[in-house]
Design a protein around this ligand. Structure first.
Ligand SMILES: Cc1cc2nc3c(=O)[nH]c(=O)nc-3n(C[C@H](O)[C@H](O)[C@H](O)COP(=O)(O)OP(=O)(O)OC[C@H]3O[C@@H](n4cnc5c(N)ncnc54)[C@H](O)[C@@H]3O)c2cc1C
Length: 367
């Protein structure tokens, strides 16, 4: 059995960002990834939006890490030449009831330290985006888009150039805490392959299962995880808008079927919310009609025939009863009592935006 300092389970954006920070601090880091490539799950199945940090409850980890991570991410992209664009976003109200929702967003944004939002009336919106219909909009100039694949690739290259290694096709099946460190068993073996002083469980949709595989782990520190699938449809032809367009969020906090752009300027709509029991990324083409009905509220000219199924992603939801927007759940030894282990649960949006700040946060816990 080999001994290493840090094991990172999962090569999504969070595992790679954390491995990069720890390796840069001269820690010995090995990343274990069960797939044959990095970033094949949630990290490549999202909206690729750099969020400004306006939606998350004040003082939540999501709010703090999104705002800090956004600035770090823009700087990192500029330094490394990673394609991105600060294209801005309009959140639109199409009814007077929705205006209250926008006012709440503005107040929340201020509480999170985001003070650059601007109100636009219908005429100003029409001048900027002639096909967009609303009674008022909130403009967020700080919102942008990123080439997430190039970002993940760059994180991995940084980690490797600081000495980290990655083992693909390596599925962690059990963790055994011992006085000398945490022993790690990988499929198909029964005996541990490696022992580490620190283990970061950044297994995304499987993080609760990995936690459950820790021998003797107290079950009360594993949240109930539910999967919320979000499907996307791409729009053929030219994009009707030059910036991101979000409807006013629903009362439960869901951001609604929004329009995002990729860096080539192509438009796609999504994600919706569908509760599922298993990981199946297929997109049901029949949902196009439902999408078109929702999009029509702010883009009356939408034609369902131009929508075709794109990708889907799955959010690991860890909501407690009555908690509309569950926070990231970062659980270390002071909570669960297993020395050297940090579990990351519920790392849904804005995990991509927050990744560099979240990595610093976790690295500090693993000191
Ligand atoms: C629909 C959708 C839209 C989103 N849009 C945005 C957005 O626009 N902006 C934003 O900031 N955030 C967004 N997010 C959130 C963001 O994508 C996630 O927070 C982030 O990608 C989570 O990364 P991760 O590393 O935790 O998980 P993942 O990317 O899923 O990585 C986990 C890795 O662990 C591996 N793994 C699992 N089990 C094991 C095991 N037992 N052994 C070894 N490896 C294992 C998996 O194979 C995987 O590679 C969105 C999320 C969704 C679902």
């Amino acid at each position: 059995m080999n001994d290493v300092d840090c094991i990172v389970i999962g090569a999504g954006v969070i595992g790679l960002a954390a491995a990069r920070v720890m390796a840069a601090r001269e820690r010995e880091v090995v990343i274990l990834e069960r797939e044959r490539q990095f970033g094949l799950h949630t990290s490549s199945r999202n909206s690729e939006v750099i969020h400004a940090g306006i939606h998350y409850p004040a003082n939540s980890l999501k709010a703090k890490l999104c705002v800090a991570g956004r600035d770090l991410l823009y700087r990192y992209c500029a330094e490394r030449g990673i394609e991105h664009r600060r294209c801005g976003k309009y959140t639109v109200a199409t009814s007077t009831e929705q205006l209250q929702m926008l006012e709440k967003i503005e107040a929340n944004a201020r509480a999170n330290g985001v003070v650059d939002l601007q109100w636009l009336d219908a005429a100003q919106v029409m001048r900027a985006e002639p096909q967009l219909r609303c009674i008022r909009a909130l403009s967020s100039p700080m919102t942008g888009i990123i080439d997430s694949h190039a970002y993940l690739q760059s994180l991995l290259a940084d980690a490797q150039s600081s000495g980290a290694t990655i083992a693909y096709g390596t599925e962690v099946t059990a963790l055994r805490p011992t006085p000398a460190g945490i022993e790690i068993v990988v499929a198909p073996d029964a005996d541990p392959a490696v022992r580490a002083q620190f283990v970061l469980n950044s297994a995304g949709l499987q993080a609760h299962r990995v936690a459950a595989s820790v021998v003797g782990f107290p079950a009360q520190y594993i949240p109930n995880v539910r999967y919320a699938k979000g499907s996307y449809f791409s729009l053929s032809g030219a994009s009707p808008f030059s910036r991101l367009v979000y409807p006013a969020p629903a009362p439960g906090g869901h951001l609604g079927i929004h329009l995002t752009l990729d860096l080539a300027g192509h438009a796609r709509f999504g994600p919706d919310t569908e509760w599922v029991n298993s990981i199946d990324y297929r997109v049901d083409p029949k949902r196009a009609m439902v999408f078109a009905d929702l999009i029509r509220h702010y883009w009356p000219a939408v034609d369902a025939g131009r929508l075709s199924p794109a990708h889907a992603g799955i959010r690991p939801k860890v909501s407690d009863a009555g908690e509309a927007t569950p926070d990231f759940r970062i659980s270390g030894p002071e909570e669960h009592g297993v020395a050297g282990l940090v579990n990351l649960f519920g790392i849904e949006s804005p995990g991509l935006t927050a990744s560099l700040a979240l990595a610093e946060y976790v690295a500090a816990m693993m000191h």
